[in-house]
Design a protein around this ligand. Structure first.
Ligand SMILES: NC(=O)c1ccc[n+]([C@@H]2O[C@H](COP(=O)([O-])OP(=O)(O)OC[C@H]3O[C@@H](n4cnc5c(N)ncnc54)[C@H](OP(=O)(O)O)[C@@H]3O)[C@@H](O)[C@H]2O)c1
Length: 170
């Protein structure tokens, strides 16, 4: 909210749960006219939950990763395409992950959601060829953000995770 205050005169800031399809549709319907065109969509919202092997995970964590990383991205993207189509231009940047291509212990559903993002990006690029809308998928390696705090649900475990090697930093 501090950021939204700082950007008050320069930007339209709205918090949104991307897993809520109705809320996403409402967000687009209520976009102020001066913010009604979209040059770039960055699909960054996403999360990993837990790092246990599949046989020791909670189905609710799996569902939340699918709902956010896959379904949320689809809700946001489908509506943006309608707007970009009318402009004959636009750039969609998806945040995949190296975890979408490289397996690791405990990566199970998180990696699978990012494999979805990779293939969906490629298929979307194919569908949108000739429309002026471009699609790319960024696949970072481990970056030190709030990601691991969310993943481990524990600050100390998150700090420990980054010890003894050098993650990407902003
Ligand atoms: N960090 C890494 O090692 C890494 C590596 C490769 C790829 N990635 C990908 O990069 C993207 C950004 O991650 P990050 O590292 O910046 O993690 P982060 O610091 O935890 O940020 C994730 C962001 O996603 C938002 N988000 C989560 N669920 C949401 C929902 N249902 N609706 C709307 N927003 C939601 C969070 O908002 P709130 O804070 O309000 O919940 C937060 O702003 C993710 O897609 C992640 O999978 C991260």
């Amino acid at each position: 909210m501090r950021l939204s205050k700082a950007l008050e005169k320069m930007a339209y800031v709205k918090s949104l749960d991307v897993t809520d399809k109705e809320a996403v549709n409402k967000f687009y319907t209520e976009l102020p006219a001066e913010y009604g065109s979209i040059d770039i969509l960055i699909n960054s919202a996403g999360l990993a939950l837990g790092m246990n092997p599949s046989q020791e995970t909670d189905i609710e964590d799996w569902e939340r990763m699918v709902d956010t990383n896959i379904k949320g991205l689809l809700y946001i993207t489908r509506k943006a395409i309608d707007i970009m189509k009318g402009q004959n231009s636009g750039l969609i940047i998806n945040l995949g992950s190296v975890a979408g291509s490289v397996p690791y212990k405990g990566g199970n559903v998180y990696g699978a959601t990012k494999a979805f993002v990779r293939q969906f990006s490629r298929n979307l690029r194919t569908d949108l060829f000739g429309t002026g809308i471009k699609v790319t998928n960024i696949e970072p390696g481990a970056a030190e953000t709030e990601f691991s705090i969310v993943r481990f649900k524990d600050k100390q475990m998150a700090d420990d995770y980054y010890k003894n090697w050098r993650p990407l930093k902003s």
